[in-house]
Design a protein around this ligand. Structure first.
Ligand SMILES: Cc1cc2nc3c(=O)[nH]c(=O)nc-3n(C[C@H](O)[C@H](O)[C@H](O)COP(=O)(O)OP(=O)(O)OC[C@H]3O[C@@H](n4cnc5c(N)ncnc54)[C@H](O)[C@@H]3O)c2cc1C
Ligand SMILES: NC(=O)C1=CN([C@@H]2O[C@H](COP(=O)(O)OP(=O)(O)OC[C@H]3O[C@@H](n4cnc5c(N)ncnc54)[C@H](OP(=O)(O)O)[C@@H]3O)[C@@H](O)[C@H]2O)C=CC1
Length: 493
């Protein structure tokens, strides 16, 4: 019998992989598509709505992997971990020695948390459902934890945790710096100090599956499940062991210098630093772990959460293959989502966009981009198979992200933090702030809109999106752009 060769293979059961497989299934209804996932639960997008040209909203559900076969009958899903790729022979090998042949393959293996002091038992990272369970198990007994990092996970955690003191250690001079500017950070600070009565927002109505509902993971497998995403904190109990509501201390402009266990610390001769740096009231207590920061202050805690970003999970594929790897560790992909190895595509957190990026688009490892890349990669694979040309998807024209921080709606558009700075160009910032209600910042370059940060219910997103895309010269209207008494939609009609 002839050896089976799959025309299309997709690796990864996260948003990028599942979207890629679903799109392939739709485009090639006569072909069998193989989706290989290490995790028994896959991530599926539901309730997708396009809010505007580039802004999108959707829910994400974790479902048993077989659900993809139900909705896409020409997709076969198997739970296996890929350990190597032979790109010459177009074969991937799994932990149990199975060899799978492909014509075209898309790697969507996501990322792993970039955990500081990875082997320290008191330091944990958060990525998937299992790691959150571990976090909750520890939190319910904890009186104080240290959260290191200043991005999405840290921001969501420090806002949600109750009944446990949080020391939030950040490298920067302002909070949430991966997403917002210092002005918006200041706007958020009130919420950080606010006493929380109970969880705000409606509980998620989504179905929840756990790994107990599905077959066991393969023995010996350490591969993680898909990354968590929007709303991951909403249904979770984030309560420690103390009778306190919400107590966060931000330690600014620091990095971790050293981590000690109790014995190491007590014999280190640095006990005095706790008195100087921490709240003196805790000096009598013994903590399981002590963290010394670069400002020489030391804080004791029950455990440390390292929310310090992700490293693309390229490992099993790189050995013996000539992949170009970007500085951030991802597979470099071109404008057709092709890696530098023939017939190998990559999408989602595992890849690094290495085409000439549109002026108002940046890559951030986000749920929406995983979906967009997975879908576009599938289209590129099919176009290549059919010898057709394909133009870049419109979603890569403008960076657009909707999320929620400190219970505010947050919309980020374009070059919102002047991440892409043209040297020699003057950028002008316009601001409109109403304390506890909204924060609006726009970035102008030569009178044209470059980007915007919209916090609160501003209703400005669609107009600003158009202004960035059209590059309208706003010089004559600049003074009215953020005037709350002017209906900006009418202004530009
Ligand atoms: C706590 C948390 C909160 C987040 N919140 C948001 C948010 O609010 N908004 C937002 O936009 N983004 C958010 N993100 C980011 C978002 O979740 C990711 O960008 C996105 O899910 C990445 O999808 P992916 O498919 O590329 O990778 P993943 O979801 O990581 O999926 C990778 C898949 O590959 C599989 N795999 C890995 N290695 C192998 C292998 N060797 N063999 C076979 N299979 C393998 C894994 O099991 C998994 O199924 C959050 C991330 C985290 C961790
Ligand atoms: N609502 C949303 O949109 C959310 C999105 N996410 C996404 O999930 C992924 C994982 O989240 P997260 O881990 O928070 O990653 P992020 O990339 O959002 O943030 C990581 C943070 O850790 C800092 N950092 C990196 N290394 C160190 C270090 N050694 N010591 C101290 N700080 C360090 C980074 O600073 P620097 O940048 O200076 O290196 C950055 O502030 C990200 O892709 C994120 O975008 C997560 C939660 C919510």
């Amino acid at each position: 019998m002839a050896e089976k060769i799959y025309k299309y293979v997709v690796v990864g059961g996260g948003i990028a992989g599942v979207t890629c497989a679903e799109t392939l299934s739709m485009l090639c209804q006569d072909d069998e598509i193989l989706l290989i996932t290490a995790s028994p639960l896959v991530k599926v997008i539901t309730n997708y709505t396009q809010i505007s040209k580039t802004l999108e909203d959707f829910d994400v559900e974790e479902r048993p992997m077989t659900s993809v076969e139900t909705t896409c009958p020409n997709v076969k899903v198997i739970q296996k971990v890929i350990v190597s790729l032979n790109s010459e022979l177009c074969v991937v090998t799994t932990t149990d020695g199975d060899e799978i042949k492909y014509n075209k393959i898309c790697i969507c293996t996501g990322g792993k948390p970039k955990v500081i002091s990875k082997d320290n038992p008191y330091v944990i990272g958060i990525r998937d459902t299992e790691s959150v369970k571990e976090f909750q198990k520890r939190l319910c007994k904890a009186r104080r934890i240290i959260v290191v990092g200043n991005g999405g996970i840290a921001t969501e955690l420090v806002y949600e945790i109750e009944g446990c003191e949080v020391i939030w250690a950040i490298k920067d001079k302002s909070i949430t710096s991966t997403f917002v500017d210092p002005g918006a950070a200041e706007f958020f600070l009130d919420k950080l100090k606010e006493k929380k009565d109970s969880k705000t927002g409606a509980p998620s109505k989504r179905l929840k599956y756990t790994t107990d509902d599905v077959p066991e993971e393969q023995p010996g497998s350490t591969t993680m499940g898909g990354a968590l995403g929007p709303d991951w904190v909403r249904d979770l109990s984030m309560v420690g062991s103390q009778q306190i509501s919400h107590k966060v201390h931000v330690e600014y402009s620091v990095e971790v210098k050293q981590i000690y266990n109790t014995e190491e610390f007590l014999s280190s001769g640095k006990v005095q630093n706790v008195l100087e740096g921490g709240d003196g009231e805790y000096i009598e207590e013994k903590w399981p772990v002590y963290v010394e920061f670069t400002n020489n202050k030391v804080f004791g805690a029950d455990f440390v959460v390292s929310a310090t970003g992700v490293v693309p999970a390229t490992d099993p594929f790189t050995k013996g293959n000539q992949f170009d790897i970007a500085e951030d560790g991802g597979f470099k992909v071109n404008d057709k989502m092709e890696t530098t190895v023939k017939d190998v595509y990559a999408a989602g957190d595992v890849c690094s966009a290495s085409w000439e990026l549109a002026p108002h688009w940046i890559q951030m490892r986000l749920w929406s981009q995983a979906r967009q890349m997975g879908s576009y990669a599938a289209k590129c694979m099919v176009a290549s198979m059919n010898g057709e040309n394909i133009s870049m998807d419109f979603c890569f024209e403008l960076f657009a992200h909707v999320t929620k921080f400190f219970n505010y709606k947050v919309i980020l558009l374009g070059n919102f933090n002047v991440q892409k700075r043209d040297n020699g160009q003057d950028y002008e910032l316009l601001l409109r702030v109403t304390k506890n209600v909204e924060y609006v910042k726009v970035v102008l370059k030569e009178g044209r809109l470059e980007g915007a940060i919209l916090i609160g219910e501003t209703d400005l997103e669609e107009t600003f999106e158009n202004l960035i895309l059209n590059q309208t010269d706003l010089t004559p209207f600049k003074d009215h752009l953020l005037d709350p008494n002017i209906d900006i939609d009418d202004f530009f009609d």
